[in-house]
Design a protein around this ligand. Structure first.
Ligand SMILES: [Mg+2]
Length: 265
Protein backbone atom coordinates (compact mmCIF):
# COMPACT_ATOMS: atom_id res chain seq x y z
CA UNK A 1 0.00 0.00 0.00
CA UNK A 2 1.25 3.45 -0.84
CA UNK A 3 2.61 5.31 2.15
CA UNK A 4 0.91 8.43 3.29
CA UNK A 5 2.90 11.64 3.16
CA UNK A 6 3.08 13.04 6.65
CA UNK A 7 5.28 15.85 5.56
CA UNK A 8 2.76 17.06 3.05
CA UNK A 9 -0.07 17.00 5.57
CA UNK A 10 2.05 18.89 8.01
CA UNK A 11 2.98 21.47 5.41
CA UNK A 12 -0.69 21.69 4.51
CA UNK A 13 -1.54 22.71 8.04
CA UNK A 14 1.45 24.99 8.43
CA UNK A 15 2.55 22.92 11.38
CA UNK A 16 5.73 23.99 13.02
CA UNK A 17 5.55 27.64 12.12
CA UNK A 18 5.16 28.52 15.77
CA UNK A 19 7.27 25.65 17.03
CA UNK A 20 4.46 24.57 19.32
CA UNK A 21 4.02 21.16 17.83
CA UNK A 22 0.27 21.70 17.97
CA UNK A 23 -1.19 20.66 14.66
CA UNK A 24 -4.14 22.13 12.90
CA UNK A 25 -4.83 24.93 15.31
CA UNK A 26 -8.13 26.57 14.48
CA UNK A 27 -7.99 30.09 13.22
CA UNK A 28 -4.34 29.68 12.38
CA UNK A 29 -4.75 31.98 9.45
CA UNK A 30 -6.26 32.29 6.03
CA UNK A 31 -3.12 31.67 4.09
CA UNK A 32 -3.65 30.68 0.51
CA UNK A 33 -1.65 28.38 -1.66
CA UNK A 34 -1.10 28.46 -5.37
CA UNK A 35 -1.97 25.14 -6.94
CA UNK A 36 -2.12 24.50 -10.67
CA UNK A 37 -1.96 28.21 -11.19
CA UNK A 38 -5.11 28.87 -9.18
CA UNK A 39 -5.05 30.83 -5.96
CA UNK A 40 -7.22 29.14 -3.39
CA UNK A 41 -7.69 29.09 0.32
CA UNK A 42 -5.85 26.41 2.20
CA UNK A 43 -7.74 23.16 2.69
CA UNK A 44 -8.13 22.43 6.39
CA UNK A 45 -11.27 20.31 6.53
CA UNK A 46 -12.53 17.01 5.16
CA UNK A 47 -16.20 16.03 5.21
CA UNK A 48 -17.14 12.41 4.62
CA UNK A 49 -20.21 10.55 3.46
CA UNK A 50 -20.76 7.25 5.32
CA UNK A 51 -22.53 4.47 3.38
CA UNK A 52 -20.42 3.30 0.44
CA UNK A 53 -17.64 5.71 1.43
CA UNK A 54 -16.44 5.09 5.00
CA UNK A 55 -18.27 1.77 5.38
CA UNK A 56 -19.79 -0.82 3.12
CA UNK A 57 -21.97 -3.86 3.53
CA UNK A 58 -20.24 -6.75 5.28
CA UNK A 59 -23.01 -9.11 4.20
CA UNK A 60 -25.68 -8.66 1.58
CA UNK A 61 -29.13 -7.55 2.67
CA UNK A 62 -30.72 -10.93 2.07
CA UNK A 63 -28.14 -12.78 4.17
CA UNK A 64 -28.59 -10.22 6.95
CA UNK A 65 -32.33 -10.89 7.06
CA UNK A 66 -31.83 -14.66 7.07
CA UNK A 67 -29.33 -14.29 9.89
CA UNK A 68 -31.72 -12.08 11.86
CA UNK A 69 -34.51 -14.65 11.42
CA UNK A 70 -32.33 -17.45 12.72
CA UNK A 71 -31.18 -15.35 15.67
CA UNK A 72 -34.84 -14.97 16.64
CA UNK A 73 -35.70 -18.64 16.20
CA UNK A 74 -37.75 -17.89 13.09
CA UNK A 75 -37.63 -20.02 9.97
CA UNK A 76 -35.97 -17.99 7.14
CA UNK A 77 -38.47 -19.58 4.73
CA UNK A 78 -41.04 -17.21 6.23
CA UNK A 79 -39.40 -14.47 4.18
CA UNK A 80 -41.01 -14.49 0.74
CA UNK A 81 -39.06 -12.53 -1.89
CA UNK A 82 -41.96 -10.38 -3.07
CA UNK A 83 -43.00 -9.58 0.50
CA UNK A 84 -39.38 -8.68 1.32
CA UNK A 85 -39.22 -6.34 -1.68
CA UNK A 86 -42.47 -4.64 -0.71
CA UNK A 87 -41.33 -4.32 2.90
CA UNK A 88 -38.09 -2.75 1.66
CA UNK A 89 -40.00 -0.18 -0.37
CA UNK A 90 -42.06 0.71 2.70
CA UNK A 91 -38.90 0.90 4.82
CA UNK A 92 -37.27 3.32 2.37
CA UNK A 93 -40.28 5.60 2.55
CA UNK A 94 -40.44 5.33 6.34
CA UNK A 95 -36.78 5.77 7.31
CA UNK A 96 -36.29 9.44 6.34
CA UNK A 97 -38.95 10.35 8.90
CA UNK A 98 -37.06 8.90 11.86
CA UNK A 99 -35.80 11.74 14.04
CA UNK A 100 -35.16 10.00 17.37
CA UNK A 101 -33.92 6.66 18.69
CA UNK A 102 -37.49 5.76 19.57
CA UNK A 103 -38.60 6.57 16.00
CA UNK A 104 -35.87 4.26 14.75
CA UNK A 105 -36.89 1.41 17.04
CA UNK A 106 -40.55 1.81 16.08
CA UNK A 107 -39.57 1.90 12.41
CA UNK A 108 -37.73 -1.41 12.70
CA UNK A 109 -40.77 -2.87 14.44
CA UNK A 110 -42.89 -1.80 11.46
CA UNK A 111 -40.33 -3.26 9.10
CA UNK A 112 -40.38 -6.59 10.96
CA UNK A 113 -44.18 -6.66 10.82
CA UNK A 114 -44.09 -5.91 7.08
CA UNK A 115 -41.54 -8.68 6.44
CA UNK A 116 -43.71 -11.21 8.27
CA UNK A 117 -47.03 -9.88 6.98
CA UNK A 118 -49.63 -12.64 6.60
CA UNK A 119 -47.54 -15.19 8.49
CA UNK A 120 -48.64 -17.01 11.59
CA UNK A 121 -46.04 -15.50 13.90
CA UNK A 122 -46.67 -14.45 17.49
CA UNK A 123 -46.60 -10.73 18.22
CA UNK A 124 -43.72 -11.15 20.67
CA UNK A 125 -41.66 -12.91 18.00
CA UNK A 126 -42.33 -10.08 15.54
CA UNK A 127 -41.23 -7.62 18.22
CA UNK A 128 -38.05 -9.60 18.89
CA UNK A 129 -37.34 -9.70 15.15
CA UNK A 130 -37.79 -5.91 15.00
CA UNK A 131 -35.32 -5.42 17.84
CA UNK A 132 -32.86 -7.69 16.08
CA UNK A 133 -33.18 -5.62 12.87
CA UNK A 134 -32.32 -2.54 14.93
CA UNK A 135 -29.04 -4.24 15.79
CA UNK A 136 -27.63 -3.68 12.31
CA UNK A 137 -24.16 -2.33 13.05
CA UNK A 138 -22.24 -5.48 12.11
CA UNK A 139 -23.98 -5.66 8.74
CA UNK A 140 -21.35 -3.08 7.74
CA UNK A 141 -17.60 -2.86 8.04
CA UNK A 142 -15.15 -0.03 7.35
CA UNK A 143 -13.86 0.22 3.79
CA UNK A 144 -10.33 -1.16 3.55
CA UNK A 145 -7.74 1.40 4.64
CA UNK A 146 -10.26 3.96 5.87
CA UNK A 147 -9.58 3.56 9.64
CA UNK A 148 -5.86 4.13 9.11
CA UNK A 149 -6.43 7.13 6.85
CA UNK A 150 -8.84 8.76 9.32
CA UNK A 151 -6.34 8.25 12.07
CA UNK A 152 -3.50 9.78 10.07
CA UNK A 153 -5.61 12.77 9.08
CA UNK A 154 -6.60 13.32 12.70
CA UNK A 155 -2.98 13.12 13.77
CA UNK A 156 -2.12 15.70 11.11
CA UNK A 157 -4.69 18.10 12.56
CA UNK A 158 -7.15 17.98 9.69
CA UNK A 159 -10.68 18.81 10.84
CA UNK A 160 -13.01 16.00 9.89
CA UNK A 161 -16.76 15.63 9.89
CA UNK A 162 -19.53 13.42 8.57
CA UNK A 163 -22.57 14.38 6.51
CA UNK A 164 -24.81 11.39 5.92
CA UNK A 165 -28.33 10.35 5.04
CA UNK A 166 -28.63 7.98 7.98
CA UNK A 167 -31.00 7.15 10.85
CA UNK A 168 -30.53 8.58 14.37
CA UNK A 169 -28.16 5.77 15.38
CA UNK A 170 -25.34 7.12 13.18
CA UNK A 171 -23.06 8.32 15.98
CA UNK A 172 -23.45 5.03 17.85
CA UNK A 173 -22.86 3.13 14.62
CA UNK A 174 -19.62 4.99 13.93
CA UNK A 175 -18.60 4.48 17.55
CA UNK A 176 -19.21 0.75 17.22
CA UNK A 177 -16.74 0.71 14.34
CA UNK A 178 -14.21 2.86 16.26
CA UNK A 179 -14.52 5.69 13.74
CA UNK A 180 -16.51 8.32 15.66
CA UNK A 181 -13.57 9.79 17.56
CA UNK A 182 -12.06 11.25 14.41
CA UNK A 183 -14.97 13.56 13.71
CA UNK A 184 -15.53 17.00 15.12
CA UNK A 185 -19.14 16.74 14.00
CA UNK A 186 -21.44 13.95 12.87
CA UNK A 187 -24.42 15.34 10.96
CA UNK A 188 -27.07 12.90 9.84
CA UNK A 189 -30.31 13.52 8.00
CA UNK A 190 -32.24 12.58 11.13
CA UNK A 191 -30.75 15.58 12.96
CA UNK A 192 -32.21 18.13 10.59
CA UNK A 193 -35.08 16.24 9.02
CA UNK A 194 -33.70 16.83 5.53
CA UNK A 195 -31.75 14.59 3.20
CA UNK A 196 -28.75 15.28 1.03
CA UNK A 197 -28.58 16.77 -1.59
CA UNK A 198 -30.24 19.54 0.44
CA UNK A 199 -27.41 21.92 1.37
CA UNK A 200 -28.55 22.21 4.99
CA UNK A 201 -26.62 19.22 6.41
CA UNK A 202 -23.45 20.29 4.58
CA UNK A 203 -23.74 23.83 5.94
CA UNK A 204 -24.51 22.51 9.42
CA UNK A 205 -21.30 20.46 9.42
CA UNK A 206 -19.23 23.41 8.20
CA UNK A 207 -20.72 25.59 10.90
CA UNK A 208 -19.97 23.06 13.62
CA UNK A 209 -16.36 22.75 12.40
CA UNK A 210 -16.01 26.52 11.95
CA UNK A 211 -14.90 25.91 8.38
CA UNK A 212 -15.85 27.41 5.03
CA UNK A 213 -16.56 25.63 1.74
CA UNK A 214 -13.33 26.81 0.15
CA UNK A 215 -11.35 25.26 3.01
CA UNK A 216 -13.10 21.92 2.59
CA UNK A 217 -12.90 18.70 0.58
CA UNK A 218 -16.01 16.51 0.51
CA UNK A 219 -15.48 12.79 -0.08
CA UNK A 220 -18.47 10.68 -1.10
CA UNK A 221 -19.61 7.85 -3.30
CA UNK A 222 -22.78 9.35 -4.75
CA UNK A 223 -22.56 11.91 -7.58
CA UNK A 224 -26.01 13.37 -6.96
CA UNK A 225 -26.22 13.23 -3.16
CA UNK A 226 -22.59 14.05 -2.33
CA UNK A 227 -20.53 15.47 -5.16
CA UNK A 228 -22.97 17.82 -6.91
CA UNK A 229 -24.24 19.61 -3.77
CA UNK A 230 -20.74 19.90 -2.27
CA UNK A 231 -19.44 21.46 -5.49
CA UNK A 232 -22.45 23.77 -5.68
CA UNK A 233 -21.50 25.05 -2.23
CA UNK A 234 -17.95 25.70 -3.38
CA UNK A 235 -16.16 22.72 -1.85
CA UNK A 236 -13.50 20.65 -3.52
CA UNK A 237 -14.69 17.07 -3.97
CA UNK A 238 -13.40 13.55 -4.39
CA UNK A 239 -15.75 10.98 -5.87
CA UNK A 240 -14.61 7.87 -3.96
CA UNK A 241 -16.62 4.87 -5.13
CA UNK A 242 -15.32 1.58 -3.72
CA UNK A 243 -18.53 -0.14 -4.86
CA UNK A 244 -17.63 0.85 -8.45
CA UNK A 245 -21.19 1.93 -9.14
CA UNK A 246 -20.48 5.13 -11.08
CA UNK A 247 -18.37 5.46 -14.22
CA UNK A 248 -17.39 9.05 -13.40
CA UNK A 249 -15.72 8.01 -10.13
CA UNK A 250 -12.24 9.30 -9.32
CA UNK A 251 -11.08 6.55 -6.94
CA UNK A 252 -12.15 3.06 -5.95
CA UNK A 253 -9.45 2.16 -3.43
CA UNK A 254 -7.54 3.73 -0.62
CA UNK A 255 -4.33 4.15 -2.62
CA UNK A 256 -6.00 6.31 -5.24
CA UNK A 257 -7.93 8.20 -2.56
CA UNK A 258 -4.70 9.07 -0.77
CA UNK A 259 -3.14 10.23 -4.04
CA UNK A 260 -6.08 12.51 -4.73
CA UNK A 261 -6.03 13.92 -1.22
CA UNK A 262 -2.35 14.73 -1.56
CA UNK A 263 -3.09 16.61 -4.77
CA UNK A 264 -4.84 19.20 -2.60
CA UNK A 265 -1.68 19.97 -0.67
MG1 LIG B 1 -23.05 7.04 0.35
Amino acid sequence: MAGFSWERWERWEGVGSGGSGVKGTRGAGVASTVSSGVLRDRITTILWDVGGTLVDWATDAEDSLVCACRDCGLEPGLLEPEVVRQARREYELDEPGWRTAEDERAGHQRHAAALLRGKDVRAEDVARFGDRLLDYFDAYSPVSGIPELLWELSRAGVRQGVVSNWPPSLAAFLGHHHLAGHFGTIVCSADLGVLKPDPAPFLCALDKLESTPNQTVFIGNDPLLDIAPARALGMQTIHFDPRREHVERQATNIIDLRRLLQSFT
